[in-house]
Design a protein around this ligand. Structure first.
Ligand SMILES: Cc1ncc(C[n+]2csc(CCOP(=O)(O)OP(=O)(O)O)c2C)c(N)n1
Ligand SMILES: [Mg+2]
Length: 278
């Protein structure tokens, strides 16, 4: 078990490193929200999901929807490290002709199950996937990560009602509760109030877990849920820019076009991550 946790920590380190390298090679992009989902991605792809990178369309696979599609660079690093496509492709992020557009496109990237980027839509796609598996009595699981600012989209709440009504226990939602959105905190833009209480009222089992607590994430996400259980919603108590102290402290790390000073700081973080294997 200890070894497996260490492997997952090492996987998260590698995802963070590749994500920083690809964004910094480009010189701009969604740093903060890519970094805050990295441990969740490491646990999902490194431990929980049934996948076959050599056969991305394997019918028995578990599905993943990145509803907060602007974190695409973190998903791409995860998929490349799992072997869906060569690692070298990461340096083509968001460039003409790339298979890695800024936001995920299921027709362009091996391993991407849903095209996202317009906030609010991914969770509806995930609900449809889960309903289809349930109706066909298949046991594929579906995982979906949403942003906390994304919850401003009314479509999310329609999907939550639908998921609870149909008791889509094969679907697990993760909300990246990093308390910030594009240009301010949730408190400033639209107050979230008590998210945990809200989701319980909407029919979910809710677990709040530190966004970088790999052991707790693994324990929460690994068990297969049965039809008696309500769908699980994990509130990731995360930090925007997670794992890079300079970005964690920046008042707004949502989208950066690197200044020379910022590039120096990010290069330092890259060097540190390169030096310290877990
Ligand atoms: C429908 C829609 N409206 C606006 C945007 C622009 N946009 C991109 S990210 C973002 C903020 C999202 O905040 P949050 O979900 O908290 O993202 P995170 O903090 O995880 O980066 C916005 C408004 C969008 N992608 N889609
Ligand atoms: Mg947020």
């Amino acid at each position: 078990m200890m070894n497996q946790l260490q492997e997952l920590r090492e996987f998260a380190r590698a995802i963070r490193l590749e994500t920083l390298k690809s964004l910094t090679g480009l010189g701009f992009g969604h740093y903060g929200g890519s970094l805050s989902v990295i441990e969740a991605l490491a646990v999902l792809y490194g431990d929980v999901m049934r996948i076959n990178p050599a056969n991305p369309h394997w019918p028995e696979r578990d599905y993943f929807v990145l509803s907060k599609g602007h974190a695409g660079p973190a998903l791409y690093s995860t998929l490349a490290l799992k072997g869906y496509f060569p690692l070298e492709k990461l340096s083509t992020l968001n460039q003409n002709g790339t298979i890695l557009p800024s936001h995920p496109d299921r027709l362009k990237t091996p391993g991407v199950d849903a095209t996202t980027g317009s906030l609010g839509q991914g969770v509806s796609i995930a609900a449809g996937m889960a309903l289809s598996h349930k109706l066909a009595q298949r046991c594929n699981r579906v995982f979906c990560i949403l942003g906390d600012g994304e919850l401003n989209e009314g479509q999310c709440w329609e999907a939550f009602q639908f998921i609870a009504h149909h008791n889509l226990h094969q679907l697990t939602l993760l909300i990246d509760w990093n308390k910030q959105q594009l240009d301010g905190t949730l408190e400033e833009v639209i107050k979230p109030f008590d998210l945990s209480a809200k989701f319980r009222a909407f029919g979910f089992e809710v677990q709040t877990i530190k966004g970088d607590d790999i052991a707790a994430l693994s324990a929460a996400l690994r068990p297969v849920r049965d039809a008696q259980q309500r769908p699980l919603l994990v509130l990731l108590d995360s930090v925007k820019g997670q794992g890079v102290p300079y970005l964690e402290q920046l008042p707004n790390s949502h989208h950066l076009r690197l200044t020379p000073e910022q590039r120096v700081e990010i290069d330092k973080a890259i060097a540190q991550l390169e030096a310290c294997h877990v």
